[in-house]
Design a protein around this ligand. Structure first.
Ligand code: PEP
Length: 254
């Protein structure tokens, strides 16, 4: 049985006071105990948020990491730096990193390996553009990102990885994939895992959906067989709304 995970990607939002306040509000919220909760603030507020969520069971993650461990890499942050300040997760290959920063599967793969080597859980994002969906290429694109970004992982490593299916056309747009559209791709991803590894491994990996998840659509999405939680952008910036999404995951898990 896969335990649901609800992850909040704060992106490049909030200041220090707002970040701490959001973390405190979430810590004080009435959250179900049968869902794992993760918050991913900007790098510069990780430390402050780490203190604010200390002892609550809420996990801390970063939004990216570099693959080298130390050295002359101006502006970059290493996996060990993230574990040093209490991170246990890191989002990798987010569509904004792929399409705004130009990250390739080759680079993302190196980051996934480095994160796992440092003991971080990667939340590896895959997803198609609108034109790719409209031209019937969703499976091909998702499979190529899956193969490229997760190349060379052992069975044990992939079991420690979370995959997030995030159709790019649904991110920050208010357009959500229907539960059926999302389930179809999640089932494809699970089949890719089974084909490359085996069915036990495939059944153990958590696959999150991301793309305009809100309190009012979360339960429907998470009631789908292969959807194990959500990666939430905009709606994670409000403690009440994010708490409602977390609790919706519990209702559908029951
Ligand atoms: C995201 O940032 O990964 C995301 C899914 O954003 P939103 O929920 O705002 O669409």
């Amino acid at each position: 049985m896969r335990r649901p995970l609800i992850a909040g990607n704060w992106k490049m939002n909030l200041n220090r006071v707002e970040s701490v306040s959001l973390a405190r509000d979430l810590s004080a919220a009435d959250l179900t105990s049968d869902v794992d909760v993760l918050v991913c603030p900007p790098y510069v507020y990780l430390d402050a948020v780490s203190s604010a969520i200390s002892g609550t069971g809420i996990s801390l993650g970063a939004q990216d990491v570099y693959f080298e461990s130390a050295g002359a890499f101006t502006g970059e942050i290493s996996p060990a730096m993230l574990t040093d300040i209490g991170c246990t997760f890191v989002i990798l290959g987010h569509s904004e990193r792929r399409h705004v920063m130009g990250e390739t599967d080759g680079l993302i793969k190196r980051k996934v390996h480095a994160a796992l080597a440092a003991g971080l859980t990667p939340v590896l994002c895959v997803g198609e553009l609108l034109e790719e969906r409209e031209s019937g290429k969703t499976r091909e694109i998702v499979e190529s990102q899956f193969n490229g970004s997760l190349a060379g992982l052992t069975e044990e490593q992939v079991q420690k990885t979370v995959i997030a299916y995030e159709p790019v056309w649904a991110i920050g747009t208010g357009k959500t994939a229907s539960p059926q559209q999302a389930q179809e791709v999640h089932a494809d991803l699970r089949k890719m895992l089974a084909d490359r590894y085996n069915s036990a491994t495939s059944e153990s990996v958590r696959i999150l959906y991301g793309g305009s998840v809100k309190p009012d659509n979360a339960a429907d999405l998470m009631s789908q067989t292969d959807i194990d939680g959500a990666l939430v952008g905009g709606a994670s910036l409000n403690a009440e709304g994010f708490a409602a999404i977390i609790n919706a995951a519990s209702v559908s898990a029951a």
